[in-house]
Design a protein around this ligand. Structure first.
Ligand code: FE2
Length: 351
C-alpha cells in the first residue's frame, strides 16, 4: 500500500483503505477502483491524499500504533461527545462511558505496539477538523507519554485529556474560531480563555481525575512561561500539558487550516526543535525527534540524485533517513545504514 496525493490519483488505481467521515460513515470503501467521477469526489471531500494498493507497493506494509479502525471509532466517539455537549452544555454519561472505553483501547495499542513509530499519514478532512485533531493529539500524546515512561493510569488521563483538550472552544463564538486572518488583540484574549473554560466545564459536570483537568487547563502553556492562560513555566506545568503542547502544535501545523497551509512533517519537526526550551519542553522534543516518521511509510519521496522511491521503513532515532524503495528498479536504499547512500538526502516529499 502507498499514499498518493489526490492530484496524482489516476484511473484504475485501487483504494487501499476506507475513507470515512468523523460521524463514522464510509464515504468510499476500500477496493474501489478510481475513475474520473470518484477522483472528483475525493477532491471535493478535501482530503489531501489516499492510500492505494498497486503492484509496486503490494509488499509495503504500513504499521500504525493505532489501527485505522480504532482511529475512526475514536473520532466518531469524540464527535458524539462534542455534539451532545455543544447542544446542551451539560454532562453526558453515555458519551463519557464510550470515551473511557476508547481510552482503554488506545492505551492497550500503544503499550503493545511499542516498537512502532508514529506514522500518522491518515486522512484529515477539513470539515471534521476538531474531531480528527482531538483524536490525533490524544494518540500522539499517549505515544510520547509512554516513551517517557508514564504509568498506565497517567497515560489514560493523558489520552482522555487529548480527547477533551479543546472542549472549551464550544463556549467561544464559532465565528471567532475560523477567522482566516491574524486575530486582533481582543479576539486573541477571548480565544485564549478556552483552556480555562474547558477546565471549568469538565470540573463542574464530570468526575474526571485532576490530572485530566490540569492537562486540559495547561495545553497552551509555554516551557519558558510565555504561554496561557496561567503563564506557568518549566516543571510547574504538569507533564501532561507539556506533552500535549507539542502534540497539539504538531497535528495543527501538519493540517490545512483556514489561516495556514498544511506544513510538511519535516518542517514542523524543524519548527518544534528550534523552539525547544522556549515553547516546548526539551525532554518531550527529544523523544519526539526520535519517534515521529517525518517521511511516513508508503509516501513517495525524491532523493538528491533526482531518483524517486517509496518509503518502506523508518528507523527510530534517525527520522530523516528512512529506507526507500526506488521506483525505477525496486532497489531498497537504507539511508541510515548503506554506506553508498551517505551523500544522498531526501529533497522532496510528494504530498
Ligand atoms: Fe487549544
Amino acid at each position: 500500500m502507498r499514499y498518493v496525493p489526490v492530484n496524482q490519483l489516476r484511473r484504475g488505481m485501487v483504494l487501499g483503505r476506507d475513507i470515512t467521515a468523523a460521524a463514522g460513515q464510509v464515504l468510499l470503501p476500500r477496493n474501489t477502483e478510481f475513475n474520473e467521477e470518484n477522483i472528483a469526489y475525493v477532491a471535493f471531500l478535501g482530503v489531501p491524499g489516499v492510500h492505494v494498493d498497486d503492484e509496486f507497493s503490494r509488499d509495503v506494509e504500513i504499521r500504525e500504533v493505532v489501527k485505522p479502525e480504532l482511529l475512526t471509532g475514536t473520532v466518531r466517539t469524540i464527535h458524539e461527545f462534542y455534539d451532545l455537549t455543544g447542544d446542551k452544555k451539560t454532562a453526558n454519561a453515555p458519551a463519557e462511558k464510550k470515551m473511557l472505553k476508547g481510552v482503554e483501547s488506545i492505551v492497550d495499542s500503544i503499550l503493545s505496539e511499542d516498537s512502532v513509530m508514529y506514522n500518522m499519514s491518515e486522512l484529515k478532512t477539513y470539515d471534521d477538523y476538531t474531531y480528527f485533531h482531538s483524536a490525533n493529539v490524544a494518540i500522539l500524546s499517549g505515544i510520547l507519554g509512554s516513551r517517557l515512561g508514564l504509568s498506565r493510569e497517567s497515560l489514560k488521563n493523558l489520552i482522555m485529556a487529548g480527547f477533551l483538550h479543546d472542549v472549551g472552544k464550544l463556549f467561544i463564538d464559532p465565528q471567532l474560531l475560523n477567522i482566516p486572518r491574524r486575530l486582533t488583540e481582543s479576539e486573541r484574549i477571548r480565544m485564549m480563555d478556552h483552556p480555562r473554560k474547558g477546565y471549568e466545564f469538565l470540573k463542574e459536570h464530570y468526575d474526571f481525575p485532576e490530572e485530566v483537568l490540569e492537562t486540559v487547563f495547561s495545553h497552551h502553556e509555554w516551557f519558558n512561561g510565555s504561554g496561557y492562560p496561567r503563564g506557568k513555566a518549566g516543571e510547574d506545568i504538569p507533564i501532561g500539558g507539556r506533552i500535549m503542547k507539542v502534540a497539539d502544535v504538531y497535528d495543527a501545523m501538519t493540517t490545512k487550516r483556514p489561516y495556514h497551509p498544511a506544513f510538511l512533517p519535516s518542517e514542523v519537526m524543524e519548527y518544534i526543535m528550534a523552539r525547544s526550551g522556549l515553547e516546548f519542553d526539551p525532554q518531550v522534543v527529544d523523544i519526539m525527534s526520535q519517534e515521529i516518521c517525518v517521511y511516513p511509510v508508503g509516501c513517495e519521496v525524491e532523493l538528491s540524485n533526482k531518483r524517486r522511491g517509496i518509503v518502506v521503513e523508518n528507523h527510530r532515532g534517525s527520522i530523516l533517513r528512512p529506507t526507500v524503495k526506488m521506483l525505477d528498479n525496486d532497489e531498497e536504499i537504507n539511508l541510515t545504514e548503506d554506506k553508498s547512500a551517505f551523500r544522498l538526502t531526501i529533497t522532496r516529499l510528494m504530498v
